[in-house]
Design a protein around this ligand. Structure first.
Ligand code: OGA
Ligand code: NI
Length: 357
């Protein structure tokens, strides 16, 4: 018996990736069973028995952003969870809804129109289709059940190289979300006694930014695959807009539990990434998270990854070590960390081991 009724003699990676059909292309062929290449090993799946409905991540109302209590809740949530949702952040709901519609338009295009965004070599400001799961040295090369496109936003946009279906919506979103990301980082840094993000800190904290759009097609066997395997983001912080489908889970405080990030109208989820955990010498925690897929609905999410520039040196801030605290991490070139992250695709918190002392 074959694992699917999808008859392609070609390599499935070629069909999905090189020809830009995406996972969406598999679904369009009325697949009843998912291909073997999409079946995740058990350790990368979401174990339903670990879903915890008792805990929930904090939701922080940013109406009075600089109220000391609000600042404190942001700092505490980043220290305890590494994750929180924000509401009343000032980004109009239409800007967010437009992003979602744009993502549907793009991913629902025929492969012939998407194939121009499949590239091995691309500049930082371009758009490129990402099949993150197929990258790197991993032997198993299991495909995650998602299609993604990256919009390189910093330091230079080349928005003419972005798809016309998403260009204006991403440009508009950027105008709102970049200052918000900076404000959040400033509050988080204040909690570490690091003052404003001046010109010398800007490349380290927000020298590279990408806005991705993720499209998770409906899946005939959602329990055997994952939209995104458990991982931490390599960013300083990630701001994520999601539609109402649900499916994003974060690691709970008990360590072996998973907590659903309930979609809230107009909210953004904020994740601490590895870089901020490193810079804060473990004061703030990067959060492990994963995405389960739905059997009937396609899901959209739009993360903004706020990252160091590749030529920055990353490591604990001097302010963290001045009272004799031992550094948990080495200082290394960000591009070395990134190479490791990209090649090895470490699971969960193993992403930090490379730079640990
Ligand atoms: C990611 C990610 C979560 C989501 O793109 O790194 O974790 O909900 N996305 O799509
Ligand atoms: Ni992530």
């Amino acid at each position: 018996m074959t694992s699917s009724n999808f008859e392609i003699n070609d390599d499935i990676l070629d069909f999905v990736i090189k020809k830009a059909n995406g996972i969406k292309g598999l679904v369009d062929r009325s697949l009843e069973i998912i291909p073997n290449q999409c079946i995740q090993p058990k350790e990368h799946r979401l174990d339903k028995s670990q879903i915890d409905n008792q805990e929930s991540i904090p939701t922080i109302d940013l109406s009075n952003f600089y109220d000391l209590n609000v600042e404190k809740s942001i700092q505490e949530a980043a220290a305890k969870w590494g994750c929180f949702q924000i509401i009343n952040h000032g980004i109009p709901i239409e800007v967010l809804e437009d992003l979602k519609d744009a993502a549907h338009k793009f991913f629902e295009l025929p492969a012939e129109e998407k194939v121009m965004y499949c590239k091995d070599n691309y500049s930082a400001g371009e758009s490129v289709l990402m099949f993150w799961s197929a990258i790197g040295e991993k032997n198993e090369k299991v495909l995650e059940w998602k299609d993604s496109i990256k919009h390189g936003c910093n330091p230079q946009n080349d928005s003419n190289l972005w798809p016309p279906q998403t260009r204006y919506q991403v440009l508009e979103y950027q105008k709102w979300v970049k200052p918000l990301a900076k404000k959040l980082l400033e509050v988080l840094l204040k909690g570490l006694n690091v003052n404003e993000i001046d010109e010398s800190l800007e490349p380290l904290l927000m020298g590279t930014m990408n806005i991705n759009m993720n499209y998770y097609p409906p899946c005939p066997n959602p329990s055997n695959t994952m939209g995104a395997r458990p991982h931490c983001d390599g960013s300083c912080i990630t701001l994520l807009f999601q539609d109402y489908t649900g499916g994003l889970y974060v690691r709970g405080t008990k360590g072996d539990n998973w907590i659903h990030v309930n979609p809230i109208k107009g909210a953004l989820a904020v994740n601490v990434g590895d870089l901020l955990q490193i810079m804060s010498n473990d004061r703030y925690k990067s959060i492990e998270h994963c995405v389960a897929v739905d059997s009937s609905r396609a899901r959209i999410s739009v993360p903004l990854f706020v990252n160091a520039s590749l030529d920055s040196v990353i490591g604990p801030f001097p302010q963290m070590l001045k009272d004799g605290e031992k550094p948990v991490y080495k200082h290394i070139l960000h591009s070395d960390y990134w190479d490791y992250f990209y090649r090895k695709r470490p699971s969960g918190k193993a992403s930090l081991d490379f730079i640990k002392i």
